[in-house]
Ligand binder design. Structure first.
Ligand code: PHE
Length: 360
């Protein structure tokens, strides 16, 4: 039959050249679709003589089969190629090291705060908190510092702004954590044993002072608490905190309006070559103020001073961190210098214990 070889050559070439499914489908329709060239030829079989039909029929059927299988083969080849391409482009080298995970570190202040909380928790102290913006009453009056008291000046207080015409005394950025004593006793009563760590503010700036720093307040009130308990507690704390047996503390008679008697506590240390060490050397660094809570303070907090008494202390957390980890300049604590943070920061798993200290 005329043209069958030509048809076959043309369609097989087109199929071989088809680069995607749509092109193949177009070729299929043009060749063996209902109105395709091969199908039309098959329709002509009816007009042929039986002899002609005998040869042309099988030839056309064979051609149709050949085209169909060429299409199927081409489709399979294209699918294979697509899969190959995907496997090539989406290939993943599972032996590659993982991408580095950028890890932060725990700031020495956070670390030391946790250590302090852990040690005092072992001694039976709960953690209390108060606001950083305080009012006049809690920061001063209730702590036996009336408006004309000179101690108000000593604190280098930051005052908040009041609206014009508002004559109430201004709120302050708390100058110490002592107001938490009052807030706690007011709310929860006595007996009590608490520490209150947090930020405090004073207008002061040099190697060992920053306008914002951290204190931890301690308060223990009951019927028979004495100065001896205070001394034991602080010594016990320092031994556990510094992990040194020969920690040496000096209780220096002092004065605070909210304690009577009062003592400031210095710790023996050395500053050789900018290296800070505790328990040795000839320097003394003041780390805390303390004393027996003044009866007027108990009264202000609604506690009967004839029945209850106890001690309070306020420690500088930043100072403790400098001493324990040999950090010579306080100002660097708050510069957010990544090199400093990487050097002095702690891994999240460095958990403190009263017995073992920390693992670095
Ligand atoms: N509040 C005092 C200060 O900031 C410290 C202190 C606390 C002293 C409790 C005695 C008792 O200096």
């Amino acid at each position: 039959m005329d043209g069958i070889q030509e048809l076959k050559a043309r369609y097989l070439a087109e199929i071989a050249a088809a680069g995607d499914e749509t092109t193949i489908e177009a070729v299929r329709v043009a060749a063996v679709g209902k109105k395709g060239e091969v199908s039309l030829k098959m329709r002509e079989l009816g007009k042929m003589t039986p002899e002609e039909r005998k040869t042309a029929g099988p030839m056309l059927n064979a051609l149709k089969d050949e085209i169909n299988s060429a299409i199927a083969a081409r489709k399979a080849a294209l699918a294979d190629a697509a899969l190959e391409e995907r496997l090539r482009s989406e290939w993943l080298d599972v032996t590659q090291p993982a991408r580095p995970v950028v890890q932060g570190s725990v700031h020495p202040i956070s670390q030391v705060t946790e250590e302090i909380i852990a040690i005092f928790a072992d001694l039976g102290y709960a953690v209390a908190e108060g606001p950083q913006i305080e009012n006049d009453f809690y920061n001063f009056d209730a702590l036996n510092i009336p408006p004309e008291h000179p101690a108000r000046q000593e604190f280098d207080t930051f005052y908040m702004h009041r609206a014009e015409g508002d004559n109430r005394p201004p709120n302050v950025l708390r100058t110490h954590t002592s107001p938490v004593q009052i807030r706690h006793m007011e709310k929860h009563g006595v007996p009590c044993r608490i520490i209150a760590p947090g930020r405090v503010y004073r207008s002061d700036y040099d190697q060992t002072h920053t306008p914002m720093f951290h204190q931890v307040e301690g308060l223990a009130i009951d019927k028979d608490i004495s100065m001896a308990n205070l001394k034991w507690t602080l010594e016990e704390f320092c031994r556990a905190f510094f992990e040194v047996d020969n920690v040496e503390l000096k209780f220096r008679a002092s004065h605070f309006p909210f304690t009577e008697p009062s003592a400031e506590v210095d710790i023996r240390c050395s500053w050789d070559n900018g290296q800070l060490k505790i328990g040795e050397g000839d320097d003394w660094m003041e780390i805390l103020g303390s004393g027996m809570v003044h009866p007027k303070v108990l009264e202000a907090a609604g506690v009967d001073p004839k029945e209850y008494q106890g001690f309070a202390f306020g420690m500088g957390i930043d100072r403790l961190a400098m001493l324990k980890y040999g950090i010579p300049d306080l100002r660097a604590f708050f510069d957010s210098d990544l090199r400093w943070l990487r050097h002095y920061g702690f891994a999240a798993l460095d958990v403190p214990t009263i017995h073992g200290g920390i693992s670095r």
